[in-house]
Each structure stands twice: as structure tokens, then as C-alpha cells.
Ligand binder design. Structure first.
Ligand code: AHR
Length: 492
């Protein structure tokens, strides 16, 4: 029996809603077809933006969306994507399949998409192949009034400034963003960021951070640029270590050993965050600078028969467990982790939504974001969990992950995962510091580890009400079925 204590009256930190953000790149069918189908499409749209997708994102209250990349951002020149669409420059998308990018979705279209969804835009500027002037003018176009760039924005039909807050100064500058050393990038960050003016909105400037366990990158950036940034962006994908990056394994066709290995890898983000945070603490003990995990999620081989550079993969219950576990970990580190972007929104990597022409399905990962949305902007409360491991062929990972928060109405949300595919876990949570009158729960689970939705069966795996919990006084008895995620709401 696991031991679980929740101190409802001890607040650790606020869970910033921006932890539940997403990422949209000009890659494969994410932007074109996924988000944007054009004004003349037969697929229902408003100003070219897919209505079904916009509605699905409104439902999960998507807080912020990163764009235009990724590696695409390192080659993107924003002026190619504004003005008369017929005259926009066509370029080759060199990172993602050498396909023609006609720039019909540019800055003003991205702002329109965010407006319809009701989310904040998070723009990634080009340090790799762009100039300081280009980046400075982009911010001027977005946010200023009475300037040459605001006149240009007006000519394009947008009189009012957009008031963008979140702006990243480069992407993966240790790799596709210029192959820089941390020292060279930090100097560049200081130079570029210095020319990004605050107009009506103060910018939240995000510096390119480390890849995975590159702790030296964090140290150098904090030392040389820590005082000039608001966020440092870590990228960490979950790739099965039994496979590695060359042959990453299949998204759907996997066995229990691959299940155990991938979920153990997902759990490693806890240590990675803790170590980067410890380094950041040395330079920023007040935790002013956020750790922004603006690319995370599973990465498998592309689905057979699809374009190899489009990174399309199916999404199963296993992906849902990865998302649920990592989101619990992000919540637990919300004193430092305040913004995250799973990769990516639609049709790419660990997508929330898949489309096929006019058809659209919600993935198990989407359902996790739906179940967890009550954590957004709630207060993380202190918890203590002792549980056994799920062990398979020597790979051991704690069977249960958890986080608990209390919202402004005093309601508590508890999210729990059981990664053991064979056995349930039972626990009695001792709720201290507050009295609750009622408890209800939802669950995401399936009979098979690789259950997934497809265009013929869009609801094979979906969130259901769950009655395997009971509240008696301060004791909350919980049974977590094998391979499942549950979200519990306690009301006063
Ligand atoms: O998300 C796919 C790619 O992964 C992004 O373009 C890049 O930043 C990362 O390497």
C-alpha cells in the first residue's frame, strides 16, 4: 500500500498556466492543413483557420503557442510572410523535406490563429541566419505605434499593435540555430536582446537554453546573460534509450520492455530539471528567471508510408502516460518551471490533434491536457508520496506519479498515474489542512498499452468518469487501475 499525504494548506508555488502551452512549426502538416487551410477551403474555417481545431484548443484553454519553429525559425525571415499573399516570396523549407513554403501563413495569420483560440503568441526569433535589425523590426511590427513598422502593419490591415509578450531570442543555437558555443551564443543573446524594445507590453525574453543534460550551457548562459533574460529554454525529447536517435522505435508497435524503458526515460526529466535548477539557483536565488521547456515530448520513427521529414507519428496510451507523468513533474517544479511547449500541436511528433483532410481526431495526449487543465494557475500544494516501483526486466520506475493543486475557489485537483500495465495500485491519501465534502474523478485508460484513436475510430480512447475513489472524512481511498491516469476533484 502506498503512503500519500496532501497538505492542502501548504502552498509550494503557483502552477503557471503557461506550463500547458504548445508548439507549432512550419513542419510537415502542422501549420498547413493542421491549423490553416486557407479562406477558400471546403474545410470549415474562419479566415482560413480550421474551426474544428480552434474549438478543440479552446476546450483545453491553450494558454500560449510557440511559432514559427524550431529549426524552421532559424531560417525564417518574417518579412517574407507579410502583405499581399500573391506576392509573398516562396522559399524552400530546407530543414523539413525541401518542400516549397509559400509563406501564406505569416505573422498576421499566426496572430489571427491565436486570437481565435484565445491564447498568447510566443514568437521565436531568428539568431542563426537573421540579423539584429530584422529581429528588432519584427518586435516593432508586432508591438509599436507611430513607427515605420507600425505603418507597414497598418498597410497590411492591422492598425492596432498586437501586444506580444513572449519572445525567444533564437532556437537551438547549439545546433540548427548556428552551431554556437555557449559563450558565443551568450554574447549574441546580449546583443540581439538589447535591441528588442518594450513598446506597450514589456517583453518576456527567452534565451536559448540547453539540450537535455548540457549543464555547462546553463552555467555559461546564467553567468553571462542571466540578468538580461526572463526565461531559459531547455529542450528535452523522450526517445527510448533502448533504441536511440537513429532507429527510435515505433509509436504503436511496441512491447512491454519498450513501454518500461520509455516511461523510465520520461521520468528522468525530474532529475534533469532539478540539476538545471540548482545551477540557476546559484545565479538567480530569487528564481526570477523561468526554466522554459519549450520543446518536449516523445519522438518515434515516422509512420511508415508518410514523408520521412514530416515527423508524423501516431499517439497511444503510452504517449498519454508520458505526458501525464511529465506534467506532474513540471507542476512539482513550478517554482522554476513556468512555461512549457509540448512538440507539437498537430500532425507532428507528440501531437494533440491529428488530421486527414477534413477529418480530425483528438489523441490520448490531448485528453491528458484536458484532464489536467484545472491545474492551470492553481496553487501547487505540498505532497508526500511513498510507493513501490514498477519493474520490468531490471528497469525500475516509481509506479505512481502525482501532483495536487488548489484553485481560487478552494477546489483541489489531484492527478495520478500508474504506469504498471499489469497491476493496479491502491492508496489512501491523508488530506490535511482542509476539509472537503465531495470527491469525483475521471480516468484515461485502455485494455491495450498501444490503444489509440484513428480516423475510423476517433473515440476508442477517451476520458471517462471514474468511481474507484471514495472520501471518508480526511481519508481519500484511491484505486488506480493498471496503465491509467486519473484526475480527482475535491470540493468543499
Ligand atoms: O520539433 C522538431 C525539431 O526538434 C525542432 O524544429 C527543433 O528545434 C528540434 O530539434
Amino acid at each position: 500500500m502506498a503512503r500519500y499525504i496532501i497538505n492542502a494548506d501548504i502552498v509550494r508555488s503557483k502552477i503557471d498556466k503557461n506550463i500547458y502551452g504548445n508548439f507549432s512549426e512550419h513542419l510537415g502538416r502542422c501549420v498547413y492543413e493542421g491549423m490553416y487551410v486557407g479562406e477558400n477551403s471546403d474545410i470549415p474555417n474562419v479566415n482560413g483557420m480550421r474551426t474544428d481545431v480552434v474549438e478543440a484548443l479552446k476546450k483545453i484553454k491553450l494558454p500560449q503557442l510557440r511559432w514559427p519553429g524550431g529549426c524552421f525559425a532559424d531560417t525564417y525571415h518574417w518579412m517574407d510572410g507579410i502583405g499581399d499573399k500573391a506576392k509573398r516570396k516562396k522559399i524552400v523549407n530546407v530543414h523539413w523535406g525541401d518542400v516549397v513554403e509559400d509563406n501564406s501563413f505569416g505573422t498576421d495569420e499566426f496572430m489571427e490563429f491565436c486570437r481565435q483560440v484565445g491564447c498568447e503568441p510566443y514568437i521565436c526569433g531568428n539568431v542563426g541566419s537573421g540579423t539584429v535589425q530584422e529581429m528588432q523590426e519584427w518586435v516593432e511590427y508586432l508591438n509599436s505605434t507611430g513607427t515605420p513598422m507600425s505603418e507597414l502593419r497598418k498597410e497590411n490591415g492591422h492598425a492596432d499593435p498586437y501586444g506580444v509578450t513572449y519572445f525567444a531570442v533564437g532556437n537551438e543555437n547549439w545546433g540548427c540555430g548556428g552551431n554556437m558555443t555557449p559563450e558565443f551564443y551568450a554574447d549574441n543573446y546580449n546583443r540581439y536582446a538589447g535591441y528588442l524594445h518594450n513598446y506597450e507590453k514589456k517583453l518576456f525574453k527567452v534565451a536559448c537554453g540547453p539540450s537535455g543534460t548540457d549543464y555547462n550551457w546553463t552555467k555559461v548562459l546564467m553567468e553571462k546573460s542571466g540578468k538580461r533574460m526572463d526565461g531559459l529554454a531547455l529542450h528535452n525529447y523522450t526517445v527510448d534509450p533502448m533504441h536511440g536517435w537513429r532507429d527510435k522505435g515505433d509509436a504503436v508497435d511496441f512491447n512491454e520492455l519498450e513501454w518500461a524503458s520509455l516511461l523510465n526515460e520520461a521520468n528522468r526529466i525530474d532529475t534533469i530539471i532539478a540539476r538545471h535548477s540548482t545551477i540557476m539557483d546559484q545565479y538567480d536565488p530569487e528564481k526570477r528567471v523561468a526554466l522554459v521547456i519549450d520543446e518536449w515530448g516523445t519522438w518515434f520513427n515516422v509512420e511508415k508510408g508518410t514523408h520521412p521529414a514530416f515527423l508524423y507519428q501516431q499517439n497511444t496510451l503510452r504517449d498519454a502516460l508520458v505526458a501525464a507523468m511529465e506534467l506532474n513533474i513540471f507542476n512539482l517544479h513550478s517554482d522554476r518551471v513556468r512555461m512549457c511547449n509540448i512538440a507539437q500541436l498537430i500532425n507532428v511528433l507528440q501531437a494533440l490533434i491529428l488530421t486527414d483532410g477534413a477529418k480530425m481526431i483528438l489523441t490520448p495526449t490531448y485528453h491528458i491536457f484536458d484532464m489536467y487543465k484545472a491545474h492551470m494557475d492553481a496553487n501547487l500544494v505540498e505532497t508526500y508520496l511513498e510507493c513501490d516501483d514498477y519493474e520490468y526486466q531490471g528497469i525500475k520506475t516509481p509506479a505512481i506519479s502525482q501532483s495536487a493543486s488548489v484553485n481560487e475557489n478552494g477546489d483541489m485537483t489531484i492527478t495520478l498515474t500508474n504506469i504498471d500495465p499489469n497491476a493496479e495500485r491502491s492508496l489512501v491519501a491523508d488530506i490535511r489542512g482542509e476539509v472537503y465534502a465531495s470527491a469525483s474523478a475521471t480516468i484515461l485508460t485502455a485494455d491495450k498499452m498501444n490503444e489509440h484513436n484513428d480516423f475510423d475510430a476517433p473515440d476508442r480512447i477517451a476520458v471517462k468518469d471514474y468511481n474507484g475513489i471514495s472520501l471518508l472524512g480526511s481519508k481519500l481511498s484511491i484505486t488506480i487501475p493498471p496503465k491509467s491516469v486519473i484526475a480527482i476533484t475535491l470540493k468543499k
